[in-house]
Design a protein around this ligand. Structure first.
Ligand code: ADP
Ligand code: ADP
Ligand code: ZN
Length: 222
């Protein structure tokens, strides 16, 4: 049973460095708000798995730990928010990641709150290098912090398709962190100036971070 907080919002953005716990906390926010998760990283990986031209183009950047060009990302989002399930808003995960993306988003969708999950760089490499996730339901796990109960079997859906991501290695993580600090982190101030930012300390247990997110959202706009 979820915490009973009256959460009635349009779109929400989950913001933070790679490995901050955005995907992990997205599951909780989805169950509390009913908003569908829109992860640009997942969309790019799906495009790549289909072998589309867009996916193959994006792969070059993803493998190098660089941001995919804004025009590609904005095009994906423009199409995604037209779908039926997005009519009441969505939960953006890993988007926007540049000021240009945020400006484009402000033209197409009302953002009510941006939840910034803060985790220091020195914790990120461990989180990313131990991450694996379920290919069937998307549940996120970690070798040490939250292993799936039975080795090799997803706790949420009992799938055995537990996968690691090609870009989850130490070298790529360093580039991703650099991209985060130079291109994405300035967005926190951009949203704070617009009165949208909720900051949460992400360097604690998953359940504590989740509770803070829910209370931050419930108190928001008071
Ligand atoms: P993001 O979507 O921000 O890249 P994830 O949700 O995929 O981050 O989490 C990255 C890794 O860190 C995963 O292996 C996840 O299990 C783990 N993780 C998430 N939140 C925490 C936490 N609060 N404490 C420790 N590990 C965590
Ligand atoms: P993480 O949260 O672990 O960094 P994501 O799955 O969100 O991982 O993103 C993986 C990769 O996909 C990024 O390193 C980047 O190359 C690309 N990507 C995802 N979302 C965006 C975005 N909004 N803008 C630019 N590139 C993106
Ligand atoms: Zn699963």
């Amino acid at each position: 049973m979820g915490t009973q907080v009256a959460i009635n919002m349009a779109s929400i953005v989950l913001f933070g460095p790679p490995g901050a716990g955005k995907g992990t906390q997205a599951a909780l926010i989805m169950s509390e708000t009913g908003l569908p998760q829109v992860s640009t990283g997942d969309m790019l990986r799906a495009a790549l798995a289909e072998g589309s031209a867009l996916g193959l183009e994006a792969k070059k950047y993803m493998d190098a730990g660089l941001l995919v060009p804004d025009s590609v990302i904005i095009g994906l989002i423009e199409e995604r928010v037209k779908e039926d399930d997005a009519s009441e808003g969505v939960l953006f995960d890993g988007f926007p990641r540049t000021i240009a993306q945020a400006e484009a988003l402000s033209q197409i969708e009302e953002v009510d709150a941006v939840i910034s999950i803060e985790v220091p760089d020195e914790k990120i490499v461990d989180r990313i290098c131990g991450r694996y996730s379920c290919a069937d339901c998307g549940a996120v796990y970690h070798d040490t912090f939250n292993p799936s109960a039975e080795q090799g079997i997803c706790d949420s859906c009992t799938s055995t398709q537990l996968k690691r991501r090609a870009d989850d290695n130490e070298e790529t993580v360093r580039s991703r962190l650099e991209a985060y600090h130079s291109q994405t982190a300035p967005l926190a101030l951009w949203y704070d100036e617009r009165g949208k930012l909720i900051v949460v300390d992400g360097d604690r247990d998953i359940s504590e971070v989740g509770n803070d997110i829910l209370s931050g959202m419930a108190g928001f706009g008071d």
